[in-house]
Structures are given as C-alpha cells and as structure tokens.
Design a protein. Structure first.
Length: 575
C-alpha cells in the first residue's frame, strides 16, 4: 500500500499525538495507582490502630479485673465494662476493614472467640468476688489461666500486625517501582513523539517529489492502458477518456466529451445504466455491470464496467473492457446448453417410458405365472401318483422355473421401484444397521460357521431403508458365495476418505470372480456363476449400484478366482 504525502503527514503527527496520549494515560494510571496505594496504606494504618486499641482495651479490662479481684475496691470496675465494650467494637471494625484479606479474616475467626472467652472469664471472676468468694478467686489468678489466654490474644494480634506491616512494605515497594516505570514511559514517549514529528517534517519535501513522479506515471498508465479508462462527471459528461476509446469505438476523445455519454448507450440499456450511475453518484462502488456502446460506424459493442465515485469531486472513475466476442461465445454456449437440456429431457422421457414398460411387463407376467403354479399344483395332486419318474421330474422342473420366474419378477419390480422411491435422508448409525441386517440374515446363515468382523463405522446421512437394502444385498451375496468354505469370513469396514466421500466395503473369502468380468457385476441380469451353483436373479448388485448412485456415491468390486471378493460403495460425507 502506497501512502500519499497527506497520509504520511497525518500518520506522523498522529503517532506523535498518540504518544502524548499514551503518556497521559500512563500518568493517569500511575496517579490512580498512587491513590489506590495511599488508600491501602491508610487502611493498613487504621487496621494497626484498631489492633492496638483492641489490645489496650483488653489489657484495661484485665487490669480492672485483677485489681477488683484482689482488693474488692469498686473503683477498679470502672475500667472493665468500657474496656469490654471497646474490644467488641474494635473487633467489628477490624472485621470490616479486612474484608478484602482472607488471611486476616481467618485470624479474626480465631481471635474473636479468644477475646470473648477472656471477657467471659473476667465476668465470672468478678461475679464470684462480688459474692464474697475471695480465696478461690485469688487461687484462680495465681494459676495463670488468665495470663495464658492473654498471651494467646497477644500472639494473634501480633500476627495480624505483622501481616499488615508486610502489606505496607509491599505497597511501598510497588509504589516506588511504578513511579520509576512511569518516569521511564514519560521520557521514552516524549522522545518518540518528538522523533515522529521531526520525521514527518523531513519527509514532506521528498514526498512532494514522489507525488509528482506518481502523477506522471498515472498519466502514462492512463494513456497506454489497453482498457477503456475514463473520468465522468455527475453531470453526465465525460471529463477525460484515454486513447483506447477511439481504438474500440472509433470516436475521438473530443467527440466523446462533446455530448452526454447517455447518447452513446444502446436505448435498451439506457434505463439500467442510468440506475447504476445514480447508485455510484450516491457513493456506492459498482464492481461489474454491462451495457452496449455505439461505434462510429453505427454498430454496438458490449462493454464490461467497474466504477467508483469520488463524491467530494463530483466525478466517477471507471474502466471498461470490450467483451463483445465473449458475449457471442456465451450466446453459442447457451444455445448448446438449451439443446443439451432438450436431449436430456428426451432421454429422461425415454427412461421413464422404459421404467413404465418394465413395471407393466412385470405385472402382466404375474397372472400367467400364478396360473402355471396353480395348475401344476392341481396336476401334481390329481395325476402325480400315475406319472412316471421322467414326467414327475418334468413337472418339478416346470414348477421350479415358475418360482424362479416369480423371484425374477419380484426383483425386477423392486429394481424398478428404486428409481422412483422418494429419498428421505437421515442420520444413520451404520454399525447398528449392519448388526441388525446380520440378525435378519440369520436364517440364510443357519448351520454355517461364519466369522463376522465389523470394524468401527461412522454415522452417515442416507435413506435408512434404502441403505438397509444395500447391506442386505451385499451381505447375503457374501453369505451365498462363501457357502463352499468350511469357515467363512465376512468383514465390514471403512476406508479413508476419497474426494470428500466415505468409502465402505464388504469382504468375504468366498469363490471370488475374475477381474476381467468386473464390469458386468452391477448390470441387470448379469451373473458370473451358473444358477445351478448359486441361486439368484442377477439384479441384487444392480439394485445396490442404483441406490448408492441416488445417494451421490459409486460402487466397484475387486476379486480373485477362488480367493474371495470385496465390494465397495461410497457415500458423500455429511456436511
């Protein structure tokens, strides 16, 4: 970013002013801290004074108690009650003054019960002396219990005083350090501010020269640019245009600036261009808009514009590029796209007709199959005992063929429905769905030794019922084609993402297949094994491919003859 001389001067003086503001802020902050420290010192002095007065009050009460206990002179009682009251009052004051100091609060929690016990002890001793019990009172004093309590009180008060003195010393050290830091900041800030002002003064002459060179370079750029550059006034006239305008439109700069620019705009584009010009005049930058400008020979050229206003000067700076050829190419592309859409519509109609035909044929085939099955059953009941062995075998073959044809029609109907069924995407726990599918397929695996290996599987976004059909078809295939193994192994897992899709697989150690025929696996009615070896209609994998394709994924397979097979399918990663 290149700064103008005005910007540099503003920045120089602005930085100097910023330094002065920082100095002021630091000074204010320092003064605030001094005030806070002073308040802390004042609070510490108050705490120390209150502690001293508390100790003096207790000592006065104790002195009065001893004097009265030993002499019985009522004059000593005058010091006891005020001392007790002062001690309690000072304890409340200390509690309030040290609210911000948890350590002192804990020590007060110990000191208050000690003083309360001491005052209660004094009250009991005086009461006994008043009742004439002299000797036990003297003995109590001689035992030193009162002294022990008083020593404990002194210890606690001394601890609190020591803590307050440490706080006072810490605050004093902090105040001195902050004073030094403030002085350093003020001195350094003042030097920096002066430096910025001096630098700003020095760069002014040099920047004036740079500004002149920049203006010359701008003029050369304006003249030599291949784009059509212009300055237009808010009054609707060009103020300046570069030579590219004459090269594209054929008009000289004088001809273009002689009349309003609206006179060169195609009538169909005039209203839109006027609206854009109004927005720009209001202060909006317009990155891109298009219109047609008239050439000197009467033809029109398409121009792509970008423009920005300088409101204070009442002008618009704009650049235009001739995009006539691109517009022609776009028109040809649009025509091709329309033709492709038409062909796609025809293809979709043909597919719909094919689906309808498949669906209709499948339904129409059911009736004769039911007739065949019914009459074969009647034939077996009526003539079965009198038919010879070849005839019974013929009837059995016809019956089995009818059943196979029925299964084929059912699969064909299911396959046809897959393309019409509405997708209802939801979050699916794939591992749970796999486990449920394996449980549903238990009748097919009955009597078999199958080792199921299920790797950790993520949640996916898919239609639960359609995804279940995918798993049913793939897992039942693995069960079927691993039938020749004494110990079958079927693995369900997930591979790293590929191109934003999660890849899943079903692997078995069955009979496998030759990879040169892998392209036929997912076709309708395509089978790589004879129906006498493995039953099936050849539609299951085609159904898998159609369901996965509707989810935006793809299917493929890998296999080795007598070495097992792996079927893969991918699903888009959920957003």
């Amino acid at each position: 970013m290149k700064w103008s001389i005005e910007q540099k001067i503003r920045v120089g003086f602005g930085l100097g002013l910023a330094c002065l503001l920082v100095i002021g802020a630091v000074s204010y902050r320092s003064a605030t801290r001094f005030t806070e420290t002073f308040r802390g010192v004042e609070q510490t002095d108050l705490v120390l004074d209150e502690l001293n007065q508390t100790l003096v009050a207790i000592l006065n009460a104790e002195t009065g108690e001893r004097g009265y206990a030993l002499t019985g002179n009522p004059l000593y009682l005058e010091a006891i009650e005020p001392g007790s009251a002062i001690a309690r009052k000072k304890l409340k004051a200390l509690r309030k003054l040290t609210l911000d100091n948890p350590v002192q609060q804990q020590r007060l929690d110990i000191l208050e019960p000690l003083i309360a016990t001491k005052l209660e002890f004094i009250s009991r001793l005086i009461e006994r002396r008043k009742n004439g019990i002299v000797e036990p009172v003297a003995r109590t004093i001689a035992m030193g219990d009162a002294k022990k309590m008083m020593d404990e009180i002194r210890t606690r008060i001394d601890e609190m005083e020591q803590t307050e003195r440490e706080l006072l010393e810490g605050r004093s050290r902090k105040t001195k350090a902050e004073a030094r830091q403030t002085m350093n900041v003020v001195l350094l800030g003042s030097l920096v501010a002066v430096l910025f002002v001096v630098l700003a003064s020095l760069i002014v002459p040099n920047d004036f020269r740079k500004r002149r060179r920049a203006e010359d370079e701008r003029d050369r750029f304006f003249t030599l640019s291949l784009d059509m550059l212009c300055i237009a006034g808010f009054d609707g006239y060009f103020k300046r245009v570069n030579p590219a305008w004459e090269r594209v439109l054929g008009f000289t700069p004088e001809e273009l600036m002689r009349e309003p620019y609206s006179g060169f705009i195609h009538p169909d584009d005039l209203e839109a261009t006027t609206a854009v010009a109004s927005k720009i005049a209001a202060g909006a930058e317009v990155i891109s808009f298009e219109n047609r400008y008239r050439c000197k020979d009467g033809s029109y050229r398409w121009l792509l514009w970008s423009a920005a206003p300088l409101v204070e000067a009442q002008v618009i700076y704009a650049a235009a590029r001739d995009i006539t050829e691109r517009k022609q190419v776009d028109a040809r592309i649009e025509k091709l796209n329309n033709e492709l859409k038409e062909h796609a519509g025809q293809l979709e109609a043909a597919n719909n007709e094919l689906e309808a035909f498949s669906y209709s044929v499948s339904h129409d085939l059911r009736a004769p199959l039911r007739h065949m099955g019914g009459f074969l059953e009647l034939l077996q009941k009526k003539a079965g005992p009198v038919l010879d062995e070849p005839s019974q075998r013929y009837v059995k073959l016809i019956s089995e063929s009818a059943r196979e044809m029925g299964a084929l029609i059912d699969d064909l109907l299911a396959f046809s429905r897959m393309s019409r069924a509405e997708m209802r995407a939801a979050s699916v726990d794939l591992r749970r769905l796999v486990e449920e599918t394996i449980k549903d397929l238990e009748p097919e695996a009955a009597g078999r030794e199958i080792d199921w290996k299920i790797a950790p599987l993520p949640e996916v976004q898919a239609d639960p019922s359609l995804l279940r059909q995918v798993l049913v078809n793939l897992l039942s295939n693995s069960i079927k084609y691993s039938r020749t193994r004494d110990h079958a192994e079927i693995e369900i897992g997930c591979q790293p993402e590929e191109n934003g899709q999660r890849v899943f697989f079903v692997r078995d150690n069955g009979v496998g297949f030759d990879m040169q025929y892998a392209g036929k696996l997912f076709g309708v009615f395509q089978r790589l094994h004879d129906s006498s070896e493995f039953e099936g209609t050849g539609i299951g994998l085609a159904t898998v491919q159609r369901i996965v394709g509707r989810h935006g994924g793809r299917t493929w397979a890998e296999g080795v003859v007598d070495g097992g097979a792996t079927f893969y399918f991918s699903l888009p990663k959920a957003a």
